[in-house]
Design a protein around this ligand. Sequence first.
Ligand code: ZN
Length: 411
Amino acid sequence: MRTLIDRIGQLLVVPAGPVRGPDMDRVPVLRDAALVIEGERIAWFGERADTPGGEYEHRIDAQGGAVLPGFVDCHTHLVFAGAREGEFVQRIRGKSYIEILEAGGGIHVTVEAVRAASEEQLLAGALARLRRMLALGTTTAEVKSGYGLRPEDELKMLRVARRLRGMQAVELVGTYLAAHTIPKEYAGRADEYLDAMLADSILETLYSGDLAEFADVFCERGAFDLAQAERFLTECGRHGLRAKLHADQITNTGATKLGVRLGAVSVDHLEEADESAIAALAGSETIPVLLPGCTYFLNGKPPAARRMIEAGLPVALATDCNPGSSMIESMPLIISIACTRLRMTPMEAIVAATANAAAAIGRANRIGAIAVGHQADLLILDRPSADFIAYETGRNPVRMVIKRGRAAWTA
Ligand SMILES: [Zn+2]
């Protein structure tokens, strides 16, 4: 099947990731452009006047709108049950995230809800979220476990993510986050808990069952320390799962440097990452994933995005969609917050949400770029410039979402 997207007002020619440092703001922009899709892939793009002739089974009129790669939401916890609007209000009234956690609230509320939920209930909630995310331009999302914290419940979460792949258009990537927090029944016994979650039988099921590609750990005071994080990721790595870390979010633990040393695919959060962490990342292939939804939602300190870009890092962005610290499904909103709070330019934020986010889940050679041979995951906006994504905060600028060469959603 051959499809022509015609009358593109602005085509953002985002190169394949990782796109590093100042290059993030130097993306070529074609005006009055066209793009040809053959099957699932981008076959040609350029100025309209040069459009290749021949038969097109489909013609899509972009009506002067901007076209860019579909968003890759490379860090989400979108399979969950329950809600935590009460603690959101408590925080506004002055309680801290840690105070709420220590009072038995926070993540444990979600853990109980997920353990009590059936696979069908989890599936229904996540499916509704994914439909909204697709309409907001997300064409690929990473999905973490981490609210089950028991073998059967962690596997339940990841089975839900696997089933969702066949039910809707957003491509999903599973991550085993059993080391998210220490469950109450293992309080003070983190190592014993890890022993239970690192059983060969579980790790073999994850990889061979196509349930997870990555392993992730929340390395933080009160959660898992550096030695425990290293053990968890190394054991998972022996079973084929590549490493990711929740690193340097609330305190500077040195987790970013650990991630670099372990060859992690990404280190995520980095609100408290210091100059030595940035220097370690600069000499590595590890992608720094920033989550400005947390900055917004928790009214917290933003990560040093400008400093990281100056240091030549390939910064990526994601929603961190979760019921506790970032109840945000919208990549356009994340891009807008990245611009206003992290002082990224709209182009840097778009590259971070596409090419570099694809690199953060090991898929930069297939998705996240406008390049011949890349998968045709595309957004057509109803505005002539992609700057409107950041500028019209809270509005959805997406007119059409194309996934694997086919229209997956239309406004
Ligand atoms: Zn997270």
